[in-house]
Design a protein around this ligand. Sequence first.
Ligand SMILES: *Cc1c(COP(=O)(O)O)cnc(C)c1O
Length: 387
Amino acid sequence: MSQQLQQEGYFGEFGGSFVPPQLQEVMDYLSEQFYKFKDDPEFNEELRYYLREYVGRESPLTYAQRLSDDWGGAKIYLKREDLNHTGAHKINNAIGQILLAKRMGAKRIIAETGAGQHGVATATACAMFDMECVIYMGAEDTRRQALNVFRMELLGATVVPVNKGQGRLKDAVDEALNDLVENYQNTFYLLGSAVGPHPFPTMVKHFQSVISEESRRQILEKEGRLPDAVIACVGGGSNAIGAFAHYIDEPSVRLIGVEPDQAPTLTQGVPSVIHGFKCLVLLDEEGQPQKTYSIAAGLDYPGIGPEHSHLKVSGRAEYATVTNEEVLEVFQELSRTEGIIPALESAHAVAYAKKLAPTMHKDQILIVNLSGRGDKDVEQVFQMLKK
Ligand SMILES: *Cc1c(COP(=O)(O)O)cnc(C)c1O
């Protein structure tokens, strides 16, 4: 391995930190503090306390019997991140990072949000830990997810709509980074996905790995063996990397990430630097990050976490796409058969499971990470189905 590949924060050729010197100092300090506390017994005791008493972990690994019967083939288990407080996996990371921020003496938390889920998770954690909270959100997304904006405000956060660029997640990230450079002395940037400059991808993976730590223990208890495949949707890649983490060194377990066919970052992206790190990026003809669109706002991002980029290029994980029609169909099907309304993001993973399960044997096991619940999407789906 070359020296660069062994460097902290690299996954093969991907990752790293490509930021201005002033921001690099902030990243170096953050990195130092993260490595200092991540294995600290007191820190982990406090983290476990809040994950249990506040988030409601551990989340169940539910056997979806009716779905498995209907689809014929593999046994399907759902990892129920939808049952977490605030309705998705994002709170795992928000709690982890805010505990770190507290130890670093920060008084002010900033974050970016797309669908609003990370903003709500961050605002929730800030309310509980009594931190000032500023959330940057693309202006277009504030309209698409108006109720989440109100939720954040209820929780005491200030939501700043970003009109620059497309007025979407990518633009909100840019604004949050500007804020951090100006205010790094008292401010902690709570990043919501497994993206950004080092140490964020490593840190977010660390806090989301609780998903596969639990699912691995749970499937061994229930079935006495590891699953044959784990499926998760990928936006920036945090729920997927958390769902994969404890299986990456188990070559018998297929790891499958699912993207919208209108934002196929891993299937069609090329290596490039975006938001301070190197990953696979969808570029347009001028070499600019492509305009993406997904019915699931949380999957709408032209880049992807560096570790996923590496898992894709090295062949350890597979990445597939599904269409809006497949997602909408399975959104209703899971609701009807299992009584679980999934987030539109999570429905991408379920839609791919529907294709894969029938090709597998009845004694094979498939874990689908149900990253969130669909309450936030019900009105949007209602409007789409009316048309
Ligand atoms: C934000 C979100 C996603 C996408 O983000 P990742 O970082 O890729 O996990 C997926 N599912 C839900 C429910 C979300 O809220």
